[in-house]
Design a protein around this ligand. Structure first.
Ligand SMILES: Cc1cc2nc3c(=O)[nH]c(=O)nc-3n(C[C@H](O)[C@H](O)[C@H](O)COP(=O)(O)OP(=O)(O)OC[C@H]3O[C@@H](n4cnc5c(N)ncnc54)[C@H](O)[C@@H]3O)c2cc1C
Length: 460
């Protein structure tokens, strides 16, 4: 920090999303004086446009499916349709309660909340309107925005997840451009709400960052649900006409839809904010840091979606807490990217932690074993009527290095999977722990039993 500048705060955090507010809360808890600058709403993408509202939509979708399929369970119910304004009211209610709670936490911990657009002026100063907030430390946490493709203009029937949250009626036909996490979650919601859905993905498979077995199971389940999946299909252009949007693919196919949802990834919000001028390295818009979230400029840190890696809220929380503790001199252990759990909340859910089988083979060569436990042998999954698997990837005679799961509600099982991978457990370390019956959690236990050479309810 320049000798002439006087710090107004120990920590100034720029951006009040998952990464930024977690950092601010933890820093304040540790007795540091903190300013948190936010131009829009405290809670950021996750709370207002991401994790929470989309999961509320997915829950409404699950309720719609339960009503529609009630007869399968011997329950008489009539599904009359989805009242989107009422779904919106429910979703907004959930978000509003959490938002209020978060505001209470921030004010309760005496974080100075500064509303407005901030910009770096050197590594220690954030300028907001006519205020200059000088921090001994500055944490960059300005998050991400929904990208589009070159030549594809947003507006009208062409929307991103931001606008798709606020639809007031269920579109008849939807084309989802992008088969990544956000794309497949929306495809799942829209299908449950009654739309005809086509997912267009340029890569050869959906959720391409996952193990190919998970992609395959998801594609099969989506097809069974009546969702059209076009993988290896490249977008060429789209025209938003009077009655419909026409999407053209490079192979000449034309798809007509009432809504084109563009879900082609999220770009970092770093442009024009003075980061490079302050000395940070910015590559393709992302702020480059070391594993300790340091930008290389003394006192300047970065967390969350602006840092290359998994764009997940819980990664942002963990990095924010890590930086706060580092600033307070606690010397915390860095956040390990490879043990961060990943969940895609479509139906069926896809959850994973650690290496895919392919990645494990790249690291460990042939000394890798994989085992797939089919949910067909799991009582609770049969009760729920879901299909899928738990796939374990282990080093031969060594630890489990990857867990991959598909099935309704299987995301809830990722916590134990994460401990197994994070603690480098061998299947034989897991088997003595008795898993409650009948739960889906049992499937994780059974997969380990099988891999340890003593399968119980396993047919393969
Ligand atoms: C549709 C969707 C669904 C998602 N679902 C999940 C999920 O289920 N699970 C999960 O883990 N992740 C999910 N994510 C990702 C998750 O939302 C992000 O990883 C997370 O929000 C990143 O946190 P962040 O703090 O880096 O950025 P953000 O949450 O984007 O917050 C950045 C904040 O900085 C503010 N800001 C930006 N520039 C300035 C400025 N100049 N001055 C002041 N303030 C500024 C913004 O207004 C924003 O509030 C989802 C995302 C989307 C879009």
């Amino acid at each position: 920090m320049p000798a002439t500048a006087e710090a107004t705060h120990d920590v100034v955090v720029l951006g009040g999303g998952s990464g930024g507010y977690a950092c601010a809360l933890r820093a304040a808890e540790l007795g540091l004086s903190v300013a948190l600058v936010e131009k829009d709403l405290l809670g950021g993408t996750c709370l207002h446009r991401g994790c929470i509202p989309t999961k509320a939509l997915l829950h409404a979708a699950e309720v719609a499916d339960a009503a529609r399929e009630a007869g399968r369970f011997g329950v008489r119910a009539t599904f009359e349709g989805v009242d989107l304004p009422a779904v919106t009211a429910y979703r907004e209610g959930v978000v509003a309660r959490l938002h209020k709670g978060l505001q209470g936490l921030v004010s309760g911990r005496k974080v100075e909340y500064v509303e407005g657009t901030g910009r770096l002026d050197g590594p220690h100063t954030v300028v907001v309107g006519d205020r200059r907030l000088v921090g001994r430390h500055v944490v960059l946490a300005t998050g991400s925005y929904a990208r589009t493709l070159p030549g594809l203009e947003l507006g009208g029937r062409v929307v991103t997840s931001d606008q798709a949250l606020g639809l007031d009626e269920v579109p008849g036909r939807v084309v989802v451009l992008g088969g990544g996490v956000i794309g497949v979650e929306f495809a799942s919601v829209m299908r449950s709400f009654g739309s005809e859905v086509t997912v267009v993905e340029a890569l050869p498979r959906l959720v391409a960052a996952e193990d190919p077995a998970s992609s395959k199971a998801l594609e099969r389940a989506f097809r069974k649900r009546g969702i059209t999946v076009r993988t290896g299909a490249r977008f060429a252009s789209a025209t938003d006409g009077a009655d419909a949007v026409t999407v053209r693919l490079e192979d000449g196919t034309e798809l007509e839809a009432d809504l084109l949802l563009v879900a082609v990834g999220r770009g970092p919000v770093t442009d024009g904010l003075g980061y490079e001028e302050a000395g940070a390295t910015v590559e393709r818009g992302f702020v480059v840091t070391d594993e300790r979230c340091r930008t290389g400029v003394e006192g300047l840190w970065a967390v969350g979606d602006i840092v290359p890696g998994l764009q997940l809220a819980h990664r942002g929380f963990a990095q924010g807490i890590f930086v706060a503790e580092s600033i307070a001199g606690l010397e915390p252990a860095p956040v390990v990217e490879s043990t961060i759990p990943r969940v895609t909340y479509c139906d069926p859910e896809v959850a994973s932690v650690g290496l895919t089988e392919e990645q494990a083979r790249e690291v460990h060569g042939d000394a890798v074993e994989a085992y797939e436990y089919n949910l067909g042998g799991n009582g609770k999954s049969q009760i729920l009527g879901t299909q899928g698997f738990v796939k374990l990837v282990r080093v031969t005679d060594g630890p489990v290095v990857g867990v991959h799961m598909v099935g309704s509600r299987m995301g809830e099982q990722v916590g134990e999977a994460q401990l197994i991978v994070g603690w480098e457990a061998h299947p034989e370390d897991v088997t003595p722990f008795v898993h409650a019956h009948p739960t889906q959690n049992e499937a994780l236990g059974e997969a380990h039993l099988a891999l340890a050479g003593k399968p119980l309810h396993a047919h393969n």
